[in-house]
Design a protein around this ligand. Structure first.
Ligand code: FAD
Ligand code: SIN
Length: 520
C-alpha cells in the first residue's frame, strides 16, 4: 500500500511537470508509470518541437492559429490561456528549472521553425528529437527529488472512487470522489492500493489502437478507459488526428517524418516527383493543417491506387542542412534504405494524436472530485476538432502547472481516505492469459479502427465497427475475468473500451469537422 499527498499516473511531460511543481512546493508525490524506463512515453518521441513565440508574435495571433486549425470548435479560453502562459513557462520551467537544451542560432537566440497551420515561425526544438531532450531533463530532476517517489513498471488498473470501492455502501449517496488507484506491480504480480488526497491522470494517448500509428506501445487508451469506468465525462472522442507523414515500407517499421521537414521546405510529391498539395489547399499548400494534408494524401493514394506518396526534401535543402536539422530522421531512413539527401521519402498518414478525452475545466479538474486529468488524456477544448502542430507538449507544460497550482490551493493536511475503508482487490483469474490470444485480439481492434474509424468514416463502416467491437468487448471481458492479470491484459481491455468510446462518438456525429470526416 502506498499513501501520498498526490498520486500522478503517467510520467510524460504532463504528469512529470505536475509532479515537479507539487514536489517543489513540498507535497509528497507518488509518480507511477507502466514502463520500465520512466522516460518511455509519447513525450520522448516528440520530434518537431514546442510552440514558443515568434518574432512578431502575440497571444492573439497564436490563439487565432489554434482556432483555425481546430476548425473553430475550440474552447477559446483554453487556447488563449496556452498562448498567454506558454512562453513564460518555457523560460521558467524548461529552460531555467530543467535546463533543457534547445537549438540556438549564431547569435545565441532560440532558433524558430515553422510547421503546418502556423502563420509565423514560432517553434523551438532540439534538432529532430525535442521530446527526448525535454523528457530526459525532466525525469533526471524528478529522480533526484526528495519529495517524489517514482514507481516504474507499475500499471494503474482502475481509479478508486468512493462509490465504487468503499466498503461503506452509503458512500454512494455522496458526491463522487477519487481516492487513488489500484496499481499492478509488473514484477511481483501483486495489486497494490495507492491512496492519495488527490489523483492526477496523465496517461497520454490512444494511437496504438490503430493499425498504423506514430505512437509507441504504451499509448493504448488506459487513462481514457479507466476514467470512463469511473464515470467521468468524456468529450470530443471522435477527433483523432492522423499525422500526414509517417515513413512507409511494406512490413517495415513506421516512424514519424516530422512536419518540420515540410516547414523547412520539403514538398509532398507523387512518384514522378510532381507536387499535388496546391490542388487541395491553394493558400497553404504543403503547410495546410494536418487534417487537410492527411486527407489529400489519402485521396491521391485512393484515386491513383498508390500504396504511398513521397516527400522531396533534397531538392530544397543542402545535404549538410538536412543532416544538421534532421539527424535522427536521416539516420532512421538510411537504416531503411532511403538516403533523404538524394531520395524521395515514402510516406503514408497514420494515427497520431487524441484531440478529445477526459473533460476538464481550465485547472485540469474532472467531473469527479479530487481527480485531475492533464496532457493528451485530457480535453479542455484547447484543440477543438484538430490540433495545431507542436501544441501538445506546451499543453502538457501549461496544464501540468495549472493542475498543480489548483491542488496546492485546495489541499489540506488531513488524510480523508484509508486503505481500511477501501474494498480489497479480488483476483478472479485462474490461469495465465495466452499471449497469442491477446495479440490476436489487439490486431483485430487495430484493423477495425484503421479500416472503419480511420481518416474517412461512414455510417456503414461505423455501424460495423460498433457491432464487431461490442462482440469483442464481451469476449475480452470474459477473458479478463478468468485470467491472471498482466499488463498486456489490462491494456487489451482498455484498448477495446477506448475503441468503443471513440467509435460511438464518431457514429453519433454526422458533421464533418476538423479531423473527423464523414462521407455519409
Ligand atoms: P505521454 O508522454 O504519452 O505519457 C504518458 C505516460 O503515462 C507514460 O509515462 C506512460 O507509461 C504512462 N501510462 C500509460 N498508461 C498507464 C497505466 N495504465 N499505468 C501507469 N502508467 C501509464 N507534440 C508536440 O507538441 N510537438 C512535437 O514535436 C510532437 N511530436 C510527436 C511525435 C511523435 C512520434 C508522437 C507520438 C507525438 C508527438 N507529439 C508532439 C505529441 C506529444 O508528444 C504528446 O501529445 C505528448 O507528449 C503527450 O504527453 P502526456 O504527458 O500527456 O503523455
Ligand atoms: C512533428 O514533428 O511533425 C510532430 C509535431 C506534433 O505532433 O505536434
Amino acid at each position: 500500500m502506498y499513501q501520498s499527498d498526490v498520486l500522478v499516473i503517467g510520467s510524460g511531460i504532463a504528469g512529470g511537470i505536475t509532479a515537479l511543481q507539487l514536489a517543489d512546493a513540498g507535497l509528497e508525490v507518488l509518480l507511477v508509470t507502466r514502463s520500465k524506463d520512466p522516460t518511455d512515453s509519447n513525450t520522448y518521441y516528440a520530434q518537431g518541437g514546442i510552440i514558443y513565440k515568434g518574432k512578431s508574435d502575440s497571444p492573439k495571433l497564436l490563439t487565432k492559429d489554434i482556432i483555425l486549425a481546430g476548425a473553430n470548435l475550440n474552447n477559446e479560453k483554453s487556447a488563449y490561456i496556452l498562448a498567454k502562459e506558454g512562453p513564460k513557462l518555457i523560460e521558467d520551467i524548461l529552460i531555467k528549472r530543467l535546463n533543457t537544451s534547445f537549438d540556438r542560432d549564431e547569435n545565441g537566440q532560440l532558433s524558430l521553425s515553422l510547421e503546418g497551420g502556423h502563420s509565423i515561425s514560432r517553434i523551438i526544438h532540439s534538432k529532430d528529437a525535442t521530446g527526448k531532450a525535454i523528457e530526459i531533463s525532466l525525469i533526471n530532476v524528478l529522480k533526484k527529488h526528495p519529495n517524489v517517489k517514482i514507481l516504474q513498471n507499475h500499471t494503474a488498473i482502475d481509479l478508486l472512487t468512493m462509490s465504487h470501492h468503499s466498503k461503506d455502501k452509503k458512500k454512494v449517496y455522496l458526491e463522487e470522489e477519487c481516492c487513488g488507484a489500484y496499481i499492478f506491480d509488473n514484477e511481483t504480480k501483486k495489486v497494490l492500493h495507492a491512496i492519495a488526497k488527490r489523483t492526477v491522470l496523465a496517461t497520454g494517448g490512444i494511437g496504438q489502437i490503430f493499425l498504423r500509428t506514430t505512437n509507441p506501445k504504451g499509448a493504448r487508451g488506459d487513462g481514457l478507459a479507466m476514467a470512463s469506468r469511473a464515470r467521468t465525462r468524456i468529450i470530443n472522442a471522435e477527433y483523432i488526428q492522423f499525422h500526414p507523414t509517417t515513413f512507409y515500407k511494406e512490413y517495415g517499421p513506421l516512424f514519424l517524418i516530422s512536419e518540420a521537414v515540410r516547414g523547412a521546405g520539403g514538398k509532398l510529391v507523387n512518384k514522378n516527383g510532381a507536387t499535388f498539395m496546391e490542388k487541395y489547399s491553394p493558400e497553404w499548400k504543403d503547410l495546410a493543417t494536418r487534417d487537410i494534408v492527411a486527407r489529400s494524401i489519402l485521396n491521391e493514394m485512393l484515386t491513383k491506387s498508390l500504396s504511398n506518396v513521397y516527400i522531396n526534401i533534397y531538392s530544397y535543402l543542402s545535404k549538410n542542412k538536412i543532416k544538421k536539422l534532421f539527424p535522427n530522421i536521416y539516420r532512421k531512413c538510411l537504416e531503411n534504405g532511403v538516403d533523404i539527401t538524394q531520395d524521395l521519402i515514402p510516406i503514408v498518414p497514420s494515427a497520431h494524436y487524441f484531440c478529445g478525452g477526459v473533460w476538464t475545466d481550465e485547472w485540469g479538474k474532472t467531473t469527479i472530485r479530487n481527480l485531475y486529468a492533464v496532457g493528451e488524456v485530457a480535453c479542455n477544448g484547447l484543440h477543438g476538432a484538430n490540433r495545431l502542430a507542436s501544441a501538445s507538449l506546451l499543453e502538457g507544460l501549461v496544464w501540468g502547472i495549472r493542475a498543480a497550482k489548483d491542488i496546492l490551493n485546495n489541499i489540506t493536511n488531513l488524510f480523508q481516505f484509508n486503505k481500511r475503508d477501501i474494498l480489497p482487490w479480488i483476483d478472479t483469474g485462474i490461469e495465465d492469459p495466452d499471449p497469442a490470444l491477446i495479440q490476436q485480439d489487439m490486431n483485430v481492434i487495430k484493423h477495425i479502427m484503421w479500416n472503419y474509424v480511420g481518416l474517412i468514416r461512414s455510417t456503414k463502416r461505423l455501424d460495423r465497427a460498433i457491432r464487431e467491437l461490442r462482440n469483442l468487448e464481451i469476449e475480452i471481458e470474459h477473458f479478463y475475468r478468468i485470467s491472471r492479470i498482466t499488463d498486456s491484459l489490462i491494456g487489451l481491455r482498455n484498448s477495446v473500451q477506448s475503441a468503443l468510446i471513440i467509435t460511438t462518438a464518431a457514429w453519433k456525429n454526422h458533421n464533418s469537422c476538423g479531423c473527423h470526416y464523414r462521407e455519409l
